[in-house]
Write a protein that binds this ligand. Structure first.
Ligand SMILES: NC(=O)c1ccc[n+]([C@@H]2O[C@H](COP(=O)([O-])OP(=O)(O)OC[C@H]3O[C@@H](n4cnc5c(N)ncnc54)[C@H](O)[C@@H]3O)[C@@H](O)[C@H]2O)c1
Ligand SMILES: O=P(O)(O)OC[C@H]1O[C@H](O[C@H]2[C@H](O)[C@@H](O)[C@@H](O)O[C@@H]2CO)[C@H](O)[C@@H](O)[C@@H]1O
Ligand SMILES: [Mn+2]
Length: 453
């Protein structure tokens, strides 16, 4: 059987070492021959590849070929899987996505609210270009597995502009939440945790969570009620002592969302909300909590990005690698397991972002929803759901239409649709504020956005 080539787009990403590790650990199941790193930033990718090379040769003792390139034809020719994780505009533009809305009193976030809409307008073009290049060079039965954010807007744009693209959009937040639940309830074997979920990307709810015969949804609600936060006990202890937790999720911006789960559950205890709902249901409190001079982009640059590049420098000067300098774990495992399921037709259950097609009966047929599906060689087969209660459906419709309008604004070069998208977004309090934020973002995104007339 012909062996497979897997290409990572955004090879210079801070997540590349962790994802490559997960891929190579599954070499046999993936029948793997070659890993390719592809990026538009040659220098950044070259540095990251130093750690990747170490993972392959020294850590995993693998002889899988590693190719590092900025040439699309070389990257995609003959590829079976393309894992996409591009950040269009880099952390520099993420910082603007967060700080500009915040300067007008609105939530400043990478994928939610005005910042997410701005990031969406930057990312649609490069993602469509990627699909076209992959179709030209990769195997006919390739799959693009996309992590690139904002996944909700990216997936809607791909559905509308390239409906036949062989792309599956995914998000690791639900499994990150499951990891936190497992840590809180002392469960080590997360593979036996089963869950149901409905929503849009970064906008959904767990409706059941079980482990063998245990009802984890009830257990975690009780735990959150008691501790007023959804974080494992050892993190809580360290936070009380004002010590670093050792986890990248337990810094200021993320602690706020783990605490917000308590407030959201107090109000609406039926389902466990995705942490990202904080930005829509506790928008005022989020703005009050956010530091306009130090947003998440700054935290990431000062921690994850800095640690990775310092790790590279240290390795080059001493030959030693500190594994904590790069992020590995569920993030890479999740997307690699998805590739295994597609290749081996396992029909394993995953949460995916996919066209609704009636799966949630009271959401539009063409909504891109995040729901469980069985994944085999033909892609996801979505599992039908019960109708969503009115409160949740109302929230989802508002968010969905805001996201659909920004995609239409991109396609039609429409200022009015962009303004409608911003005005409809739950994080923006009035059409006047929407206009001010939009104007400021247009200025900052001049070299990335289409002209809006
Ligand atoms: N869906 C999810 O749940 C999930 C989880 C984690 C990260 N992400 C996303 O993954 C991406 C990477 O995150 P990061 O923090 O590692 O960012 P990063 O800035 O470290 O890496 C992104 C890389 O993409 C490259 N890039 C930008 N435009 C490109 C293009 N057109 N073609 C090829 N490469 C391009 C950059 O040069 C950079 O090396 C982001 O979009 C982030 O939002 C998504
Ligand atoms: O602020 P960041 O860049 O650290 O994280 C933003 C991303 O957060 C989610 O993904 C996390 C995930 O929850 C965690 O367990 C780990 O795997 O890292 C991921 C990346 O930070 C979210 O799902 C992504 O869409 C965000 O980009
Ligand atoms: Mn996500």
């Amino acid at each position: 059987m012909k062996k497979n080539k897997i290409c990572l787009v955004g090879g210079g990403s801070t997540f590349t070492p962790g994802i490559v590790k997960s891929i190579v650990e599954r070499s046999e199941d993936l029948n793997l021959e070659e890993v390719v790193l592809y990026d538009i930033d040659e220098e950044r990718q070259k540095k990251v590849s130093v750690i990747v090379e170490w993972i392959l040769r020294k850590q995993l003792k693998s002889n899988v070929t590693l190719t590092v390139t900025t040439d699309a034809e070389q990257a995609f020719t003959g590829a079976k899987f393309i894992f996409a994780q591009m950040r269009v505009g880099g952390y520099k533009m993420r910082e603007q996505d967060e700080k500009i809305p915040l300067s007008f009193g609105c939530v400043g976030q990478e994928t939610c609210g005005a910042g997410g809409l701005a990031y969406g307008l930057r990312t649609i073009g490069p993602m469509i270009e990627l699909i076209d290049q992959v179709e030209k060079y990769a195997l006919a039965d390739h799959w693009i597995l996309n992590y690139s954010n904002p996944a909700a807007i990216v997936s809607e744009a791909c559905r509308k502009i390239r409906p036949k693209a062989r792309i599956i959009n995914v998000c690791d937040m639900p499994i990150a939440i499951i990891d936190m639940i497992a840590g809180s309830l002392n469960i080590t074997d997360t593979s036996e945790i089963k869950y149901d979920y409905f929503g849009l990307n970064h906008f959904g709810w767990f409706t059941s969570i079980t482990y063998r015969d245990r009802d984890l949804l009830e257990e975690i609600k009780n735990y959150v009620n008691e501790h007023k936060i959804l974080l494992p006990p050892q993190y809580i202890e360290r936070l009380k002592e004002n010590r670093a937790t050792g986890d990248r999720h337990a810094v200021s911006s993320w602690i706020h969302v783990w605490e917000s789960v308590y407030t959201m559950l107090q109000a609406f205890p039926d389902y466990l909300p995705n942490t990202y709902l904080t930005y829509y249901l506790l928008q005022k409190e989020t703005v009050e909590h956010q530091n306009p001079d130090l947003t998440r982009a700054n935290e990431v640059m000062n921690t994850r990005e800095k640690a990775l590049f310092e790790g590279v420098d240290k390795y080059l000067s001493t030959g030693e690698v500190d594994e904590s300098s790069f992020h590995a774990g569920s993030h890479g495992d999740w997307i690699s397991d998805l590739a295994v399921a597609l290749l081996n037709d396992t029909k394993t259950r995953f949460l995916v972002i996919t066209e609704n097609k009636g799966a949630i009966p009271n959401m539009p047929y063409d909504a891109m929803v995040e729901v469980p599906a069985y994944v085999g060689k033909n892609g996801p087969e979505v599992i039908a759901q019960e109708p969503v209660p009115l409160f949740y459906q109302g929230l989802m419709m508002q968010q969905l239409n805001s996201e659909k309008l920004i995609v239409e604004a991109y396609i039609e070069n429409s200022y009015e649709k962009a303004l409608q998208s911003f005005s409809l977004n739950k994080t923006i309090p009035s059409i006047n504020v929407a206009r001010l934020v939009l104007e400021a973002l247009i200025k900052e995104n001049e070299s990335y956005w289409p002209d809006l007339n």
